[in-house]
Each structure stands twice: as structure tokens, then as C-alpha cells.
Design a protein around this ligand. Sequence first.
Ligand code: SAM
Length: 467
Amino acid sequence: MLQKQLNLPPSFIASLEGLPGFDKEAFIEVHESGRQVTSIRFNPRKKHNADQLDAEKSELQTKISQQIPWCPYGYYLEERPSFTLDPYLHAGLYYVQEASSMFLWYVLQHTVGSATAELKVLDLCAAPGGKSTLLASYFTDGLLVSNEVIKSRASILVENISKWGCSNAVVTNNDPKDFHRLPGYFDVIVVDAPCSGSGLFRRDTAAIEEWSENNVMLCSQRQQRILADVMPALKENGVFIYSTCSYSKEEDEEILDWLCETFDVTSVQIPVPPQWNIVEVQSPGHKAFGYRFYPDKVDGEGLFMSAFVKKGDEDVFSQRKPQLTSIAKAEHAIVQEWLNHNESLFCCKQGENIIAVPAIYQQDVALLQKHLYLRKAGVTVGAVKGKDLVPHHELALSLLLKDRFEKADLELADALQYLRKADFSLNGSSLKGWVLASYKDANLGWMKVLPNRINNYYPTEWRILKA
Ligand code: SAM
């Protein structure tokens, strides 16, 4: 009866019967209940966190309930606010991510550990950027390659990575098979695979209509192709993390068995406290460990995650890395006025813009540029025009910007006007020239204050359309 109301296909429910941890009645009930779970993950490198929001008595803080046990920066919210109308979201102070997905943090702690310096990390199926922003927060001194094959989705990924403000990320727009060109290069690869999506049915009831056994099989085959394409890019002893938001064993445990049969990998068991109610499973053939999240057991959506270490030494990275060409001295002098950490950065040209990447990764960025289609690398600083820099929006949101620029700290209504790329005024202000628009001290972007008007430089394609 309940099942009929929500139209969970009987063949779908039948396909889950007998899976470890599947409790039919509780599963249907939680889908029927209409209960939604909302959660966010803070950006630890931007100074705002839950305590600071508390001090500011922000609206978001009033909604924060508990910390998510498997991720130190993740919090549940009591109700869903209008995220679009919260300037903090646009400033990259937090990301709206469903709680189960943040389990990636815990898996990294138990596979990679805390020695992250100079690790090269690939997030192969990255848009819109949930796992990538988490990876950027985890690997603060590594190099993150965040890839998305679909062009339009790669643009959303660029936006979210830019807002996160890190300089050690590269966004690429490539097919998984292109990573064959980098054998044995990555220390960590995450594949959050495209899947039949049943884990999100509670949120996205329209997706229920699209579920079919045939689609599960097609997804499973595609997952195998993706893994076959990308595994050679992982180095010996590298960590491989696989996840889906599907409950189907064909996309989960059976993929783990296929991986064990096809590659020399060792499964990693993750010590999960029993009170978290995450279900540990083992694949039928090779006994590889996997972790199932059911929404009737966990405050989060359906998820499957598994981790491996790669053995075998056939994929050793042996290419000579090329060099990027540095900008001219005169341009350096201009850029220096805008950037912190100058000595540890390498600046080069990308079209008319100057980009800044961590100096230790300049050859890696050159290598990636040689083999892949880069949508973004490091932080776009801006374009030099004569003796001045026209600063790029990414710079305003990045952690590289010198703390010497004039700010107009806007009230909520004006901050939203700024984010709509609409008009507002700075009554009585003596500010002029390039000024940062900010909200409670969090940078939103640039504006140029002229004697008779304000030019709003918020990117047109990112502007809020909501009234
Ligand atoms: N990791 C993302 C996050 O946390 O925000 C979500 C990724 S989503 C589950 C899967 C992604 O794989 C989608 O962005 C989709 O465009 C991409 N994708 C679709 N087909 C693909 C393929 N054949 N190879 C690689 N990625 C693909």
C-alpha cells in the first residue's frame, strides 16, 4: 500500500530483497514519510565555522543541529533555509552536501591518513563538486585534479571550486579514457560513478520513474568501462575509492568483485562504529569490503562506498614533466601588489589572464595541460592592462588575495543585490576604485567605485536569478 503511493517500482524493491541491511518495511516507510535531511559542510580554510556563525547570530546558525559524526566540518540543519539567498554560500564558506557523502572524509582518514603533502588526487566524476570540495579541504597541500566529462557540468564544477578558494586544484573536462596518458601518476583516485540513482529517490521522486533493471545493467557496464579506463592512472600503493548512490548490487558489490578480478588490488576495511548504523558488507566473490547507507538507518541518503589499495608495479609514472613559462618581471611587480604567499606561487599566462599555481606544482600543471583539457588551474588572478591589474573574480574568493583592499561590507539586502548583479548604492562612502564587496567580512567579489556609479563585476553566469 505504502509502496504504491510513492510508486517505488515493485521490481526495484524485489531487487533489494536479501541485500545485507535491507529492511523492506523501514525502507518504504522512510521514503513515504516525506522527511528530508539537510546538511552542510564548512570550508575550513575560510575563517567562518559553526562557532563563528554562532557569534554572529547568523540565520544559518539558528538552524544548525548536530555535527555529522564522520566528518569534522559537516553539520545537520534542522530545516532547509533558502541557500540561494544566503551570501555565505556564494562566498564559499560552506557547501550544501548530503551527509552520507561526507563519509569520504572518514575513509580518507583510514586509507591515506594525515600525510597528504604533494599527493596527486584525481576526482574523476566530479561535478557539481561535492566530493571535490571535500577533497580540496582534506588535501590542502596536495594537488587535486577535479574532472567532469560533460561540458556544461564542468562549468558548474569550475564555479564551485572557484568559490571554495583553493589554489591547488585543476579542473579538467575529459573522458575517463584520456587518463590513460598519465600511467601511474595519481596517489589517490576517487570515482563517484554515474549510477541508477536509487539512493536519491527520497529527494528526487521524479528519478523513480526512470529506474529500470535494464538501466541498472547499463550503469554497471558503464562503471566497469570507467574503472578500466582510469585504474592505470593510479600508482602502486595508491588508494582507490569507489562510490555510487545506488543500492543495486550490480553497481556496488559486483563492481568490487569485477575490480578484484581485473586489477591487482587489496580491499581496505574501514572501522565503523556500530552506533553509526552504516552497514558493512563484503562482495560475494572476493570478499571486498563495502559500506552501505540506508536512509532508514542513517541520517542521510543512500550511498555505497568502498576503498582499495593498488598492488603491482606495471604502472610507474616515468614521463619528464614540462615547464610552464613564467610571466615577465614587469607583470610580476604588478601581481605582487595583489597576492599573498608570492614566494610559493608560480604565475603564468593563460590567454590574456595571469594564473597563480603553487610553485611546487608548476610542472604538474604543465604536464596536465599537455595531456588534458584544462578548464581552470590554480587561481585566475586577472589581466594586466597597462600598469594595472584588472582583478579576476576568482581572486576575490581565493585565499591568495592580500588583505589590503578596501571592503564595502554590505547589509544583507545590498549583498543580495550585488549577487544579482543589480544596482545598489554605498551611501556616503568615500571608497573608490577596486573595492571588495563583502558580507559580514566574507568576500563576495569585486566592484569598481566611480564618482557617479558603481560597476558591479559579479560574473553574469553566476548571478542569482531569484528575487
Ligand atoms: N562527485 C560528484 C559530487 O560529489 O558532487 C557527483 C558525481 S555524479 C554521481 C556522477 C558524475 O559522472 C556526473 O557529473 C556525470 O556527469 C558524470 N558522468 C556521466 N557519464 C560519465 C562517464 N561516462 N564517464 C565519467 N563520468 C561520467
